[in-house]
Design a binder for this molecule. Structure first.
Ligand code: SAH
Length: 352
């Protein structure tokens, strides 16, 4: 292994910070040996905080209607081949009830930016879940909304919000999104959510079209300075009905490498081994945990809609019942010596 790169790993582990140029050197200096070294350190750090516990989040995909036209996303407004659906309030409550009985204590409501889900409707859903299951956390992942909307949903009981920044480089952001979307607004939303007292998650796709090592270095520096409680990263996977259909997917190796680096930047961060990682490799989620991740997010959506929430091609777990997904992940985690726990799974050191 290159001494200079090992020195950077030492520095990152000790100081949880590198310069942008150093992050770039680490990204371009990828080698299987260096990845193994980073993973070993990331696992040690994760183990010292969370042991061998893996937190589980029940993902409920509430709608695939979306007003946005992100170039990478299968449910973009411009995709006329999507069979659009939205869950009713009762269907959402049923998913949460079923999840609760399966041991989930966090529910993530994710969807496209669907005007049907007004503040009033969302507040009713959030409050409804919290009153049925007061010991659970509710996480929202509904894209960009106004400060007032975020505030109202927070007051209704929402605990966390996932909004991937997608890329920390404005020029790269503009190549992934249509002109009507803005990098500044996306980042502004993250700071607003933080101010309102949400536990906030940012994140990005690994290997998205036009992404450079410099872009990834900027992502890592942004994560270092924003210090999110959660960070979602997964490989970009092309969807056949999008402008990015012919781009190559991101790799398992680079995703795991970046997971390890992010663990060292923010030791207590909640880091999922994502469904996209499980999609590009049959043991991708296990590999993610072994690189330093500590969260998995199985699907709790009704089986009837799962295929319709297709952000990218070949998404896994679209045929299974929720209980099967839960059992499958239990077995996968057990196979590598980890254990899914029944717990809200707040970030260590974060006040409730
Ligand atoms: N509308 C919400 C939820 C978006 S879907 C929002 O704007 O936040 C959640 C994440 O899936 C996105 O943030 C994006 O990073 C990821 N995603 C979308 N298309 C993808 C693709 N083709 N491959 C991999 N990940 C994708």
């Amino acid at each position: 292994m290159n001494d200079e790169l090992v020195r950077l790993v030492d520095k990152l582990a000790a100081e949880h910070s590198l310069s942008v140029d150093e992050y770039e050197a680490l990204v371009t200096g990828y080698s299987p040996d260096l990845a193994a070294e980073l993973a070993a350190r990331a696992v040690t750090v994760r183990q010292s905080i969370y042991g061998r516990d893996v937190f589980v989040r029940g993902l409920i995909e509430i709608s695939n209607f979306c007003r946005n036209n992100c170039l990478y996303c299968g449910i973009r407004r411009g995709n006329k081949n999507v069979d659009r659906y939205r869950l009713t309030e009762d269907e959402i409550f049923e998913c949460a009830d079923e999840g609760y009985s399966l041991g989930f204590r966090t529910f993530v409501l994710q969807g496209g930016e669907d005007a049907y889900f007004t503040d009033e409707v969302m507040c009713r859903i959030v409050a409804g879940i919290k009153s049925r299951h007061p010991d659970c956390a509710v996480t929202l992942s509904l894209g960009e909304r106004s400060r007032d909307s975020y505030r109202r949903m927070r007051e209704a009981g929402a605990d966390r919000y996932l909004l991937r920044h997608e890329t920390a480089d404005g020029a790269h952001y503009a190549r992934l999104h249509p002109a009507e979307m803005s990098y500044e607004n996306r980042i502004g939303c993250l700071y607003t959510l933080r101010e309102l007292g949400y536990q906030v998650g940012c994140g990005f796709m690994v290997g998205s079209p036009y992404q450079t090592a410099k872009n990834l270095a900027a992502d890592l520096k942004f994560i270092e300075s924003f210090k999110p409680e959660m960070c979602g990263i997964g490989p970009f996977i092309p969807h056949h009905d999008t402008p990015f259909r012919d781009f190559s997917p991101g790799t398992l190796e680079m995703t795991c490498y970046l997971l390890s680096i992010i663990r060292l930047i923010i030791p207590p961060v909640l880091l999922p081994a994502t469904t996209a990682l499980g999609t590009i490799d049959p043991r991708g989620r296990e590999r993610g945990i072994l690189a330093g991740a500590n969260v998995v997010m199985p699907n709790l959506s009704p089986t009837s809609v799962r295929k319709k929430y297709e952000l990218y091609d070949n998404k896994i777990c679209t045929g299974e019942e929720s209980a099967q997904c839960r059992g499958c992940l239990d077995a996968r985690m057990e196979s590598i010596g980890y254990k899914i726990v029944v717990d809200r799974g707040d970030a260590a050191g974060f006040k409730k």
